[in-house]
Write a protein that binds this ligand. Sequence first.
Ligand code: KIV
Length: 266
Amino acid sequence: MTKKITVNTIKKYKAENEKFSVLTAYDYSTAKYIDEAGIDVVLIGDSLAMTALGYETTHAIGVDEMLIFTKAVAKGVTHAMVVTDMPFLSYHTDIASAISNCGLMIKNGANAVKIEGYGDYITDVIKRLTQSGIPVVGHLGFTPQFVNTLGGYKIQGKTPEAVEEILSQAKQLEKAGVFAVVLEMVPESGAKYITENLSVPTISCGAGRYCDAQVLVCDDVFGKFSDFKPKFARKYGDMKSLILECAKKFNKDVKAGRFPSDEEVF
Ligand code: KIV
């Protein structure tokens, strides 16, 4: 039986310079297959606001919705670590509600939570969460929940000063207790420098080859979501074509009276 991935496994990966994989999942059967494939961390990313719910940004998704997807994914996973992305404003108003919202995910099957941002308030939240038994992944660089204050979908850390700034934010998160940090849309050289100067692993989301781990959105990897494709995502399959092909065949069979057959009736 494969052993469950825990924060200790992630620490060991960093100590032994071993890369690990993170993939999003939003439903029970996808989570089950991703787990079976040996992915280390399954992330219920708030990207599901776009890929599964058709929203324009991640802002509209709430704790109640993330909870439904967390329950479904957690039921499908036995080996990977399950991390839930905390939605916009679910940890920003005050520490007590941050703990109860994050705690709800843990009570329903998540092993850790991911929160975006930096600064005194966020480091306080991280300290209080870890003290409460909730492991936390940080998220720096481009942080989608901050798209309006960042002025759009922009690469972060483009100058040496900006890279130093992200490193200092990451060090604050590390000190507060995160066990890993996602770096999103940071140039490869900057992400390498940040990775080399942190004791917790970095997870690249469009931050190049030198991070300790890589994360992608499952719908991009499977070729299912086609509204847009980030430059850093790699499509390993064409689920959109497969779905179209199957749905068209079913449609034709129904209309031609070929479905159901003798074997498919009682
Ligand atoms: O929402 C998400 O899926 C994410 C990752 C891709 C890092 O935050």
